[in-house]
Write a protein that binds this ligand. Structure first.
Ligand SMILES: Cc1ncc(COP(=O)(O)O)c(C=O)c1O
Length: 388
């Protein structure tokens, strides 16, 4: 098998499996006051400290959630509700046009059900937000009527990395909370919460070598979203629900290892990715690289193959044991051109005939060689089948 879909999910690190399985057989609700509960609580609090240390945050800023989608929803809806409650005039939301659906659809839901006035922040042809455009959107009113600005750290489809620190500084200048979805970035690039200036930052376990179904919202002191989940008041009353000790232990183990080799892995993955792109382009000279060639996730190669259906390419590669994606796995199966490529100005044909190859901690030269060998004949075959 040649697995080139690490952006969809990446294998758990052995250390994370070990930490998680050690906890699976153990009893204990971390909220219980007796010894068994206190033992589980200790695991949770040690994990919180590891995660805070890795991401330049304070332990009190770490809110555990059931994944990246939940953390995004809590940030977007919760901060909107809190800001509007403090001032009913604050109903504007500025959100990146190329956000993951976990942000995109949460923002759209606020527009459809809560009277939010959404303004989508445009991107250029490489998928990048221009801070000057955001300054203009904030407008002469200084942003008093803005509840939230949200722009992702790095895009899950085309891998473009955004100028997050500049955007956060701009938001702070105007007293506006800034949220960033760092789910993809945190697996491959150094992510510093305090250093970035963001008020809220989303992480997901299964993208960085931890388990599925656990995530984190980093929340700066003083940023207090209205909860989405109500119940037992766990996690500073921001996210109720009994904490998943095994998943949290696995997440902390994965974070510790991932963060310890961010720089080294970014270098090696970038080299492997550049080789992948060069070899695919050599086999299919009219293929087009999407996204920013410079500000790019180390493991992302997103290419369009003119005259092909992305789905056909994916199935033909799958038949040869090569696994990749036609965009984000979360929207695969939905026969619509990617909103990311459309926002970047690509025509529907280029958007449809595209594939994402994403590398991660288990990727090797042999993976790249297998793709390089297969891609030419596969594209030829998909071209003969034509566009539907
Ligand atoms: C950028 C981004 N945000 C959020 C998510 C959702 O995270 P989770 O799968 O943990 O719900 C994903 C997953 O694809 C993602 O890539």
């Amino acid at each position: 098998m040649t697995y080139l879909d690490h952006a969809a999910t990446t294998p758990m690190l052995p250390e994370a499996v070990e930490a998680m399985t050690a906890e699976l057989g153990r009893l204990g609700n971390p909220s219980s006051l007796h010894a068994v509960g206190r033992r589980a609580r200790r695991i949770v609090e040690e994990s919180r400290e590891i995660i805070a240390g890795a991401f330049d945050a304070r332990p009190s800023e770490v809110i555990f959630t059931g994944g990246g989608t939940e953390a995004d929803n809590l940030a977007v809806k919760g901060i909107f509700w809190a800001r509007r409650a403090a001032d009913p005039a604050r109903v504007r939301v500025l959100a990146g046009a190329v956000e993951h659906h976990a942000v995109l659809d949460a923002v759209q839901w606020l527009a459809d059900h809560e009277g939010a006035q959404v303004e989508w922040i445009p991107v250029d042809g490489l998928g990048r937000v221009d801070p000057a455009a955001v300054r203009e959107m904030i407008g002469p009113g200084g942003g008093d009527d803005i509840a939230l600005i949200t722009v992702m750290w790095a895009n899950n489809e085309v891998g473009t990395v955004q100028p997050v620190a500049e955007l956060a500084a701009l938001a702070r200048e105007h007293g506006i909370p800034f949220h960033t979805d760092a789910v993809q970035a945190a697996a491959q690039l150094p992510v510093a919460f305090a250093g970035s200036g963001a008020h809220a930052l989303t992480l997901s376990g299964h993208k960085l070598g931890g388990p599925l179904g656990v995530g984190v919202l980093l929340l700066a002191k003083g940023t207090d979203p209205v909860p989405v989940l109500h119940g037992g008041g766990q996690e500073r009353d921001v996210r109720s629900g009994t904490l998943d000790t095994p998943a949290i232990a696995g997440l902390a183990a994965a974070v510790e290892i991932t963060a310890s080799r961010w720089e080294e892995q970014a270098r090696s993955l970038s080299a492997l990715r550049d080789e992948l792109i060069a070899r695919v382009m050599a086999a299919v000279p009219d293929a087009v690289l999407n996204g920013d060639p410079v500000h790019r996730l180390p493991g992302n190669a997103h290419l369009s193959f003119p005259g092909c259906e992305g789905d056909a390419l994916l199935m033909l590669l799958d038949a040869r044991g090569i696994e990749c994606s036609t965009g984000s796995a979360c929207s695969a199966g939905v026969a619509q051109p990617s909103h990311v490529l459309l926002a970047m100005g690509a025509g529907p044909e280029r958007a449809r005939g595209s594939l994402r190859f994403s590398l991660g901690h288990t990727s090797t030269e042999a993976d790249v060689a297998a793709l390089a060998e297969a891609i030419g004949p596969v594209v030829e075959r998909a071209r003969r089948a034509g566009l539907s």
